[in-house]
Design a protein around this ligand. Structure first.
Ligand SMILES: CN(C)CCSCc1cc(N)cc2c(=O)[nH]c(N)nc12
Length: 370
């Protein structure tokens, strides 16, 4: 029995728009999920995140298991109560962050062992422990299977071994998760840039059976073109009636091209991370507000974007970023998340009205990387 109905309301070519109905609220797709790694979307309050229109945010098992710790999180009532976010939360399973953040780590059939990047303490993560942390201690609405993502470029043999291990871990994740009425578990497709490996991964994930399916192993340095070449086939290897989540993606142009190819959900640290460093995303492309050309530019950042953060003058934002003021990080993070929500809302409307192809052409024409 599927806990979360996914209702597709319109399609245009391979693009879809719909609603994923969860116990804590509806997720309008295509959806962008702001990243709340350590129980906070960095530099933003939950009210600001909600004001942008975000229906769901992301958490990270790796960070939360190190601090405040899974059992403490449960004693504090779970992540929703802890951070005051009452809408859906998706958590990543931790393996990806172990490989990208932890100290010494070892991947074995049974488990991933690693030392904390915070204090060097030793930790063990099995598929079962990851699911226990996500679904039972944190209380995620959507949990991710534990997987192994190879870096790019990958040798075929390494990609095949990681994909096959991810399938076995997916089965163990599913066995530990069981059948739940108000929580969902997503599988993760691997296989790097090898079409036959991605096909094997997709077929075996569907035999196990998940509530949604992620496309993993991309946004690992392959670049936009190579990512699109994989997306020319990978999304449609996954069930059409379940959500497809492209992990760790991406720039605005990546979202447009991935939606065009059938992806429904996204997460990326870019809007908040770039915002903290002075980069603002607008319909005309990214602006580096540190640039001296903005020192006396009294125009608002992007009047087309709802919300207070987008109405401040570029001159003021330039000053705040140059002065390394906290408010600069707050306002640009807020604006960028608002822009990503405006972008996904515009794509949902375009697909509903059968004009997404034109939207895509206009976006490419206008959104130049200046
Ligand atoms: C904050 N976010 C970047 C964290 C969630 S997305 C992390 C993430 C990013 C990318 N690019 C690939 C993978 C992948 O293949 N598997 C998993 N489990 N996570 C991944």
């Amino acid at each position: 029995m599927m806990p979360f109905p996914f209702e597709i309301s319109a399609t245009e070519g391979r693009a879809r728009t719909g609603v994923l109905k969860t116990a804590r609220g509806d997720i309008r797709t295509p959806a962008f999920m702001p990243v709340g790694t350590a129980a906070t979307v960095k530099a933003m309050t939950v009210d600001q995140v909600k004001a942008t229109g975000a229906d769901i945010i992301l958490g990270n098992t790796y960070h939360l298991m190190l601090r405040p710790g899974p059992e403490r999180m449960e004693r504090l009532g779970g992540l929703h109560k802890f951070m005051g976010w009452d809408k859906p939360i998706l958590t990543d399973s931790g393996g990806f962050q172990v490989m990208s953040l932890a100290g010494i780590s070892k991947v074995k059939e049974e488990a991933v062992t690693f030392s904390s990047h915070i204090d060097g303490s030793k930790h063990v993560l099995t598929p079962e422990r990851s699911i226990e942390i996500q679904a039972d201690r944190i209380g995620a609405d959507i949990s991710m299977q534990l997987d192994q993502c190879v870096s790019w470029p990958a040798e075929r043999d390494a990609a095949q071994k990681a994909m096959e291990l991810s399938i076995r871990w997916g089965a163990r994740s599913k066995a530990r998760f069981g059948e739940r009425e108000h929580q969902a578990l997503f599988g993760i497709q691997q296989g790097s840039t090898f079409e036959d490996l991605r096909r094997q991964s997709s077929d075996q994930l569907q035999e196990i059976g998940f509530d949604g399916y992620a496309i993993g192993g991309l946004a690992v340095g392959e670049g936009h073109q190579a990512m699109c070449e994989v997306l020319d086939y990978a999304p449609e290897m996954l069930p059409a009636d379940r959500p497809r989540y492209l992990m760790g993606v991406g720039k605005p142009i990546d979202l447009v091209e991935a939606v065009w190819r059938g992806v429904d959900m996204f997460d990326c640290v870019l809007p908040t991370r770039a915002g903290r460093h002075g980069q603002a995303w607008t319909w005309d492309g990214p602006l580096n507000l540190k640039n001296a050309r903005f020192a006396e530019d009294q125009n608002p950042l992007d009047p087309a974007i709802d919300g207070p953060s987008s109405q401040y003058s570029k001159a003021y934002l330039h000053h705040l970023i140059r002065a390394d003021e906290i408010l600069g990080k707050v306002l640009l993070s807020w604006h960028n998340i608002a822009f990503y929500q405006a972008l996904t809302a515009a794509m949902r409307a375009a697909i509903s009205e059968g004009r997404f192809e034109q939207f895509r052409r206009d976006f490419h024409a206008r959104h130049t990387s200046n």
